[in-house]
Design a protein around this ligand. Structure first.
Ligand code: AMP
Length: 557
């Protein structure tokens, strides 16, 4: 049997724009909570929006954008950690048909300028500067240097650690409050007229993905792509208007703005922002304080939550479900999330920015083993296949190859990069993911890691995931990543990078002893690197490349 599956082809998709969908849901559930942002200081006031209020605020901002002359298809960027204004921007730009450009809050001036130029961005909404990021000066540099950029808007402060909230210094600069005042110049009918001009198949969002090499590429996504992907995920999670979804994952990434916002807000559920950035305590506090029924995170976030010294003191009894995604989800962590966090229906989602993002997920009705050891089966209205990376032929079930995805969720293309688009999406519409996977006889898919992370030692292919899963079982190990480092004899050798549990000890000899007799000799790490943390991207992916470079420098390889 070949490694090909199609998800349910009869499930209907929404044929409406993001703005129309939101208005429809808001009219149905006007008084329910739509958005809650936890107070930045303990004991402070949370900020709350009902659906009615959120829709009003979205409309006000949308009219302000019209007043400034923002046209359908204009690129409007947002460069900020999570906050309520991010959500309001997401829906306001969608209502006026402006393409929202998610700018990674970790970007610095060089990357910001690249993104602003690459898509000819006309307006940038930037966060106030804090101790980590001088958003205000970097945004000003971009405004001075990139001629398409006409307006710079500074988001409000009123939070901890704000150093510079951005006082307008020229006509091109506005505070968010000033921007909102412009709404007085445009009536609701103008907004209605604009919304009537939009088509669900128009591009509405640009998300830059780091890519494997070179400059980031802008995955161009339509209303139809991301609204439907969010909505399909929610259906499979069993979301209703009674759900309250806690989002410690970043909005600039599809995990926050699609799997989180577009999903929850298409069901009348509440979205809850625990804070600007992730801390394990704020995520669990948000569940406790706001009755979260669903909690999201990349695996390292759940690992950090479970490792809190006072973990047992949080009341997580309202939780039912959630999503773990973004990188390989260790079996042990899934098991603990189900057993210890009350997330009995938690799903693993798999996908990538270019596929809106989710293409496979586990269901609560799958067996515990399927839910912890696989990324589930193909989502409705999508197809998956596993191909030989060299010949592109579909491989037999059980054989490892490159995973490919086809269907409504595949992006429109990389912005202004037709050659890169053609490299990623073939003539038959298959998105080549760059991930190694195998499909079992029932269509469940197991991700074996990125093609580029595969280690080849003395001609043997080693999939780091297998060894990571094994080492998680060691009682001293809190978190582990396995990488390949250069070796003159074998080409590559394995290094285990390990974060130990508090007070635990482990050295290379102990680690090798643990593996001996249980793993083939070539899979036993040659090096161990005990560390306090892993270098991470903002979206929670471990930067194995950085660890490899560090190891090469430190060991003089
Ligand atoms: P991004 O475009 O930032 O969402 O990254 C997509 C990549 O993250 C995929 O190509 C995978 O390598 C990885 N990824 C996402 N979800 C999972 C998952 N559940 N298991 C393993 N890898 C994942």
């Amino acid at each position: 049997m070949l490694s090909y599956t199609a998800g349910d082809a009869d499930v209907p998709l929404l044929e409406e724009t993001i703005g129309a969908n939101f208005e429809r849901v808001a009219a149905r559930f006007p008084l329910r909570d739509a958005l809650i942002e936890a107070a930045p200081v303990p004991g402070g006031e949370a900020r709350r929006w009902s659906y009615e209020k959120l829709n009003d605020d979205v409309d006000r901002l949308a009219r302000a954008l019209l007043a400034l002359g923002v046209a359908k298809g204009d690129r409007v960027g947002i460069w900020s950690p999570n906050c309520a204004e991010w959500t309001i921007m997401q829906y306001a730009t969608a209502k006026v048909g402006a393409i929202l450009v998610n700018v990674n809050p970790a970007y610095r001036s060089h990357e910001l300028e690249f993104v602003v130029r690459q898509n000819g961005m006309r307006m940038l909404v930037a966060a106030p500067s804090d101790k980590n990021s001088d958003y205000v000066s970097m945004a000003r540099e971009a405004l001075a240097d990139c001629h398409a950029l006409r307006e710079l808007v500074f988001l409000p402060d009123g939070r901890l650690d704000i150093l510079d909230a951005g006082e307008p210094q020229s006509d091109a600069e506005l505070t968010f409050a000033e921007l909102l005042k412009r709404a007085d110049d445009v009536g609701p009918l103008a907004l209605k007229a604009r919304m009537a001009e939009l088509d669900p198949y128009d591009p509405i969002n640009l998300q830059y993905t780091s890519g494997t090499t070179g400059f980031p590429k802008g995955a161009t996504l339509t209303h139809h792509n991301i609204l439907n992907n969010g909505n399909q995920i929610g259906k499979l999670l069993g979301y209703t208007e009674r759900d309250r979804v806690v989002l410690p994952v970043p909005f600039y990434h599809c995990f926050g703005m699609v799997i989180g916002n577009l999903n929850a807000l298409s069901f009348g559920a509440a979205t809850i922002i625990p804070g600007r950035g992730f801390t394990p305590a704020s995520a669990l506090e948000a569940v406790q304080d706001f009755g979260g029924t669903s909690l999201y995170g990349v695996p390292t976030m759940f690992i950090a939550e479970l490792a809190l010294a006072d973990f047992a003191s949080y009341d997580l009894s309202t939780l039912r479900t959630g999503v773990m995604a973004g990188s390989l989800c260790p079996i042990e962590v899934m098991e603990r999330v189900i057993a210890e966090m009350n997330m009995r229906d938690v799903a693993i989602c798999y996908g990538m920015t270019e596929t809106s993002p989710v293409s496979t997920m586990t269901l609560a009705s799958d067996t515990l083993e399927q839910r912890t050891t696989t990324v589930g089966r193909t989502m409705p209205r999508l197809e998956s296949k596993v191909v030989d990376p060299v010949t592109d032929e579909t491989v037999e079930r059980g054989v490892i190859g490159e995973l490919c995805t086809r269907g409504y969720a595949v992006m429109a293309g990389y912005w202004n990069q037709p050659e890169k688009t053609a490299e990623a999406i073939d003539d038959e519409g298959w998105m080549h993911t760059g991930d190694l996977a195998r499909m079992d006889s029932e269509g469940f898919i197991v991700i074996e890691g990125r093609m580029k992370d595969m280690v080849i030692r003395g001609g043997e292919n080693i999939y780091p995931r297998e060894i990571e899963e094994f080492l998680y079982r060691h009682p001293a190990v809190q978190d582990v990543q396995v990488i390949g480092v250069p070796d003159p004899k074998y080409g590559e050798e394995l290094m285990a990078c390990i974060i130990l549990k508090p007070g635990a000890e482990l050295d290379l000899a102990g680690l090798q002893e643990f593996c001996r007799g249980k793993l083939a000799h070539y899979k036993i790490p040659r090096y161990v690197d005990i560390r306090d943390s892993f270098p991470m991207t903002v979206s929670g992916k471990v930067r194995k490349i950085d660890m490899r470079e560090e190891a090469v420098a430190r060991l003089g390889l």
